[in-house]
Every structure is written in C-alpha cells, then in structure tokens.
Design a binder for this molecule. Structure first.
Ligand code: NIG
Ligand code: FE
Length: 421
C-alpha cells in the first residue's frame, strides 16, 4: 500500500465515515466456539453521528446510507485495517521527577522493593510530586497522554498515589480532571492514597489517615471513580488493604487491587471477595486465585511491561484465558515502567505471555474497558459505542503484536473526529 490514509473534511453536521477498510475489528466475537475471539468484517466501513457509531457493515452499504462526500469527517482507509481505540486500564501517569538512574541500579541487581525500603522508588516520586506545581503536573500528564494517543490509546485510567497526603492526592486527581477536559483522550481517575507508606509513618496509623482524612476529601472532590491499594509484602497487608477498600466503597469508590506482584499475599482473594473491578499484576497468582477471580467476575489486568522492565517472570495469561477470564492488558506506565504504548504491550502479551495477537488486541480494547466498568461499548466499534478508532498502516490487526520497532498507527479517531493523522 502506498501513502497515508486519505482524510477529507466535508460539510454535514457531525457525521463521520471511515470506509474502504480492508479488515475492521468490531469487537469480541459473539461465537464462543469460533477460531478467533474477535468479530472481523472485510471490505467494511463504519459511520458515526455526534461521536457515536450508528452503522457498521460493508463499505458499499454504509457509504450508500452515509455518503463520504456529505460527511464532516471522511477517512478513506484504502484497504488498511481499523481497530477500536486502545483502552489502557492501569497507569500512574501523573507525577514529577525522573528515576532513570534507578533503572541502571536495577540492571546491576538491586531489587525494586530494596529501593523502596531505602526511601527511593515510589517515595522518591512522592517527594518530586509534592514539590511540583499544579501546572507542572498537568503539563507532564498531558505530554504523556499525547504520546499515548499517537500510539492509538483513546481511553486511559490514571491513579493518584504520589502524594500520600490529602493535598497532593487531591492535586493529582485535579490534574487528571483538568487533563480530561483539555485533550482528546478520555480519562478515568483512581484514588490510590494507599500506594506506599510515607517515610517515618507507621502503616496502621497511615491507613487511618487514608480512611479518615484522604478518602472523605477525595469523595467530596468527586473526580475519582475507583480506589486502589498496593497489597504487597512490606507495603499494605490484606487486612489493611481491606480496610481501605471497604472505606472506599462506603464513599462510592469501586475497588481495584495491586495483587500478587512480588509475592502471593492474598490480594487476589481480597479482590474476589470485594468483587473489585479488577485485580492487577498477578505475577504470583495461583490456580485458586484464577478460579476465585473468574467466579467473582473480577477482570485480571496483566502488566507485561512491568515484568519486562524488572526482568521478572510474567503473569500466567494462559491460565486466566483457559479459565474463560476476560484478560485485560495495561501499560502500568509509571517512573518504574516507562511504557506508554499499548502496541508494545500487545507485543509483550504475545511474545512473553503466549497470547495470540487477537487475544492481545481484545485485552487492550473491550476487556480493558470492562476493567474500568465502561458499559457504553467502549473498546468496540459496535452501534452505540463511542467512535474511537485506530487506522493502521497495515492490512491486519496482527501487525499490532507483530511489530515492535515503530508504531503501526496511521490515524486515530476520537468520538468520530480525526485527532492523529
Ligand atoms: O503498579 N507496584 C506498585 N505501583 C506501581 C509502581 C509505581 C512506582 O514504582 O512508582 C506499579 O508497578
Ligand atoms: Fe500500578
């Protein structure tokens, strides 16, 4: 194929048509026995009005009903593949400071938790984030979102957790809210005051602070939808994590858990018990955890970039897939895992965790949206869903996992508008 997809602006209200799509990934297949977990149309098109998909079908049928010359936005995909915009359901993207020197220390054998215990790692980012101005936090975040969007991500979950006191936690959430309004990527905010224990604090007393001071202020601010906790040896144990998440529930925040990352502590069982939206990391989850999460309908969010960056063994994606779980993938973008690309995340899912390219794409779209409780079709291009789509510079979605050099993204649409071309 030659040249980039042709994009034209027409003149008829808020109609968008993407046509002459060689391979259109619409969403999960409804045929459980099928060979691929994806529903795919060939020679296809979709149309959207006011940012919402209204028609999906053959290019001929859709353009007959919605002629491209009448559409405000018309994209000639020229035989390329089009997929739903990626959803990144786990990031810590609002922070200040730089920890690239810790990367080198880790390469020389220093452990992640050793760095944290010495006041580095998360605690170092906390110091830098507390010192940063509101504008600096917003600027840092929007810069990262720009990169994510250029790599096809149209919805991102962002956690607080680098304040560890009320004021900075609220400032982080405020930055997420302002960034949501200021640029095209849709943001979902998670409060994570229980991300680490601040220096010179005792864990139970800090948990009291999170529950009694931070959570009421966060609920009043009204930005966060989820409450997350780092349930990990040396950080918050299961009982402490439960206290935080149950208090979050009382304030209307849905639980999420950083579970079984470095050791198997019981975070997955807790997530199942509380019917959390997701349990994330799961590197050390065992068969019982897989069964418990499946039974409770908790989405397992796997973060292969973290294992890659730390040189750890990966989560057992196949165990979750074979149990029928809606496995999701996320970047975990944070100063310890400098990955903003859901494309590279899919590559890692395939190469390192044995996922098929189709499973990795489903995990990066619809299943990732499920981890955020998004019921409006986000992560699909079905009728009624937001018209968030990625036009690839490739004939098939398989190029997303297959390529690991530069991006396979040619153009990105958010709510029916071309935002990257
Ligand atoms: O999900 N594991 C805990 N939290 C983050 C890391 C945050 C950091 O190191 O700054 C994670 O990997
Ligand atoms: Fe995380």
């Amino acid at each position: 194929m030659s040249g980039p997809a042709e994009i034209a602006d027409g003149a008829n209200g808020d109609t968008c048509v993407v046509y002459d799509i060689g391979e259109l990934v619409v969403g999960p297949s409804e045929d459980d026995a099928g060979e691929t977990p994806l529903e795919i149309f060939e020679d296809a098109a979709f149309a959207a009005i006011d940012g919402e998909v209204v028609a999906v079908g053959s290019s001929e049928d859709v353009t007959r009903e919605y002629p491209s010359e009448n559409a405000e936005t018309a994209v000639d995909a020229d035989g390329r593949a089009v997929v739903p915009g990626f959803v990144d359901p786990h990031t810590h993207a609002v922070f200040a400071g730089d920890r690239s020197d810790e990367f080198e220390a880790k390469l020389r054998g220093k452990e992640y938790q050793e760095i944290l215990a010495e006041g580095g790692g998360i605690l170092r980012t906390v110091r830098a984030t507390r010192e940063a101005s509101d504008e600096e936090l917003l600027e840092n975040l929007t810069g990262h979102l720009e990169t994510m969007l250029a790599h096809g991500t149209t919805t991102v979950e962002v956690k607080s957790g680098y304040g560890l006191e009320t004021e900075t936690e609220l400032r982080q959430l405020e930055a997420i809210d302002r960034a949501d309004a200021a640029q095209p990527v849709d943001l979902v905010a998670t409060f994570m005051g229980a991300h680490a224990v601040p220096e010179n604090r005792e864990t139970d007393a800090y948990v009291d602070d999170v529950i009694e001071e931070q959570l009421p202020a966060v609920a009043e601010q009204g930005v966060a939808e989820f409450c997350d906790v780092f349930c990990e040896e040396g950080v918050f144990d299961v009982a402490q994590s439960r206290r935080v998440l149950e208090a979050g529930l009382e304030h209307g925040l849905t639980p999420k858990v950083h579970a079984e990352e470095f050791v198997r502590l019981g975070g997955a069982g807790l997530a199942a018990d509380l019917q959390a939206a997701s349990a994330d990391h799961l590197l050390h989850a065992n068969e019982d955890d897989v069964a418990a999460l499946c039974e409770a309908g908790v989405v397992p969010v796997l973060l292969p970039g973290t294992a890659f960056g730390l040189g750890e063994a990966y989560a057992d994606a196949r165990a979750f897939l074979e149990a029928g779980a809606p496995v999701a993938l996320a970047t975990d973008f944070n100063p310890n895992c400098h990955s903003r690309s859901m494309e590279f995340t899919q590559t890692l899912g395939a190469v390192e965790m044995g996922m098929t390219p189709a499973e990795a794409l489903l995990a990066s779209t619809r299943n990732a949206a499920l981890a955020l409780g998004l019921e409006n079709g986000t992560g699909t291009l079905r009728e009624g869903a937001p018209a968030d789509a990625v036009v690839l510079e490739a004939p098939s979605f398989a190029h997303l996992a297959y390529r690991f050099d530069t991006t396979a993204v040619d153009a990105v649409l958010k709510a029916g508008e071309v935002v990257i071309e």
